[in-house]
Design a binder for this molecule. Structure first.
Ligand code: C2O
Ligand code: CU
Ligand code: CU
Length: 542
């Protein structure tokens, strides 16, 4: 009966579907945990040192396709199953990761210098997490184990972007070219397979990719061992130390709309510690969670500076005591421990959950690094440069019980024809109209964008009075730490979040989606196509 119900909703007209689309928290009651889960507060905190992922070395070179006289680094990343200890007192956990590491090794690259990466699927042939075969792209006739890797934040050709349908099975691999023709930034790679992305990422298929450039290099920021990557994500573990992914109470429909694990991992460890010197550190933080939003503070109440966001440096440092980070967002931070010699400072989430501990050494050190008062100039794009404005709803469809069935962008499913087709080198404004009661982090592949504002509106009137747009207040400007180039933006409930996007790079098929992976897998992802201007049709005439 459940499949028919879903199919019924899927096939019903958009108007009929919209009638049951009411603003509410997405839900499908999770079943009682099938296995008892580990309570992290029962573990001894801060006993393990924070692991720092290795920087991957390239062992080969390959000629550049543009200029065969130039040899470019060639890296190989094998996705494999392995075991790793998340805590001293927890049994080894099975993960799927890159190069036997979770998170995977770091790729370091230079802006303007291309590299090749071979992403090899060497995973087992059966999955260990619960696949929902009702989810589009994960039907029972598909191989269970499939993978395809996307470099989040990268400007790449479509064939190297990890399109969700470009998945391949164990024993196969894909060689992607990354031109790195973009500013210094912290990017990250992760699986993007249609219909099982949430499970592959939960299993461990994530890692960091750094792009550096001379402008950033000239700022004298803390570097070397004073620059520390922090990959945050949450999971559930069972009492045997194995990953546990929740399922709904409907055995044939295991998909759940959100997963908020009770165990927060930093670089793959639970409650680790890091020995630091009393000086400045640069922390490069990724929210790599499936669905959790982090709200980070330091236990001694000290403030810190954010110097960069998703697509690199901010114009100037922003002082913060509390950092909010949506899934897939990155924050580049400077934390100064110089006044805290001898202290033990805990990084907290939501003010109550410890995440990791900094142990500041005693004594004095000389710190020659800087925190410049201006970082780089970022020209705000004038709204008048946009040749097109699209209003796109973020919605969800619930069944008559009120359970969430699917999540949609502009009421369209993944396999419906492309509707967003910006012209290469044009500028567009996208109004992300959130009619749900959840915040959705919206990400576009290929491009970087700026946040214009967020404005509250009456979502109920919009849906029940035939698209009536009634604002409920004035537009709210972006937060100071959103004034850089972004690739993921938090679209708050009941708000229209406006972003302005220059479509630069390449023409072709990409995707845009919610980065809550449970939503993305269940239809909250759409293809979009950058088209080349037709002859005689230039910017301004589209
Ligand atoms: Cu972080 Cu479409 O990805
Ligand atoms: Cu991406
Ligand atoms: Cu979402």
């Amino acid at each position: 009966m459940s499949i028919t119900r879903r199919e019924f909703l899927r096939r019903s007209s958009i108007a009929a579907a919209a009638a049951v689309m009411v603003p509410q928290h997405s839900r499908r009651p999770p079943a009682p945990m099938a296995r008892p889960t580990l309570d992290p507060s029962s573990l001894a905190p801060f006993v393990d040192p924070l692991p720092i992922p290795n920087v991957l070395q390239s062992k080969q070179f390959r000629p550049s396709s543009d200029n065969p006289a130039i040899q470019l680094p060639y890296y190989r990343m094998a996705m494999r199953q392995f075991e790793s200890k998340v805590h001293r007192d927890v049994k080894p956990t099975r993960f799927w990761g890159f190069e036997l590491s979770f998170p995977g090794p770091i790729i370091e690259s230079q802006s303007g210098k291309g590299i090749f990466v071979e992403w090899a699927n060497e995973l087992p042939t059966s999955h260990f997490l619960p696949i929902d075969h009702n989810i589009h792209g994960a039907e029972a006739d598909k191989p269970e184990v499939r993978a395809v890797v996307h470099l989040h934040g990268a400007k790449t050709l479509p064939e190297n972007d990890g399109y969700p349908e470009d998945w391949y099975v164990p024993g196969k691999s894909a060689v992607y070219y990354y031109p790195n023709d973009q500013d210094a930034a912290l990017l990250w790679y992760h699986d993007h397979t249609l219909g099982i992305n949430r499970l592959n990422v939960y299993a461990g298929l994530i890692g960091l990719f750094v792009i550096r450039d001379p402008a950033e290099g000239g700022l004298n920021l803390p570097q070397g061992k004073y620059e520390v990557p922090l990959v945050l994500c949450d999971r559930f573990f069972d009492l045997e130390g194995q990953l546990y992914y929740p399922v709904s109470q409907y055995p044939k429909l295991p998909w759940v709309p959100e997963v908020f694990g009770n165990a927060i991992l930093v670089n793959g460890k639970l409650l680790p510690h890091l020995e630091v010197e009393p000086r400045k550190y640069r922390l490069r933080v990724l929210n790599g969670a499936n669905g959790r939003f982090f709200h980070l503070t330091l236990s001694n109440g000290q403030s810190f500076h954010q110097i960069g966001t998703d697509q690199g440096l901010l114009p100037a440092p922003v002082i913060l005591k509390n950092l909010s980070l949506a899934p897939a967002e990155r924050a580049d931070l400077i934390v100064d421990f110089s006044d805290h010699a001898g202290e033990r400072i805990v990084l907290m989430n939501d003010s109550v959950s410890p995440v990791m501990q900094f142990r500041v050494a005693r004594g004095k050190v000389t710190d020659t690094s800087s925190l410049p008062s201006s970082l780089r100039s970022i020209t705000r794009i004038a709204e008048s440069e946009a040749t097109k404005t699209r209003t796109l709803t973020l919605g969800e469809i619930d069944d008559l019980r009120g359970d969430t069935v699917t999540m949609l962008l502009n009421n369209a499913h993944w396999n419906m024809p492309v509707t967003e087709n910006p012209t290469l080198n044009s500028v567009e404004i996208w109004n992300l109209m959130n009619v749900t009661e959840d915040a959705h982090p919206i990400h576009l592949h290929l491009v970087r964008f700026q946040v214009l504002d967020r404005r509250p509106f009456d979502a109920f009137a919009y849906q029940n009075e035939g698209g009536l747009l009634r604002y409920r207040g004035a537009p709210v400007p972006p937060e100071p730490n959103e004034m850089g180039w972004k690739d993921t933006v938090r679209a708050d409930p009941g708000m229209i979040t406006r972003i302005i996007i220059p479509f630069q790079g390449y023409a072709g098929r990409y995707v845009w989606h919610c980065h809550i992976l449970e939503h993305e897998d269940n239809e909250m992802m759409r293809p979009y196509e950058v088209v080349t201007p037709k002859h005689g049709q230039e910017k301004g005439s589209a």
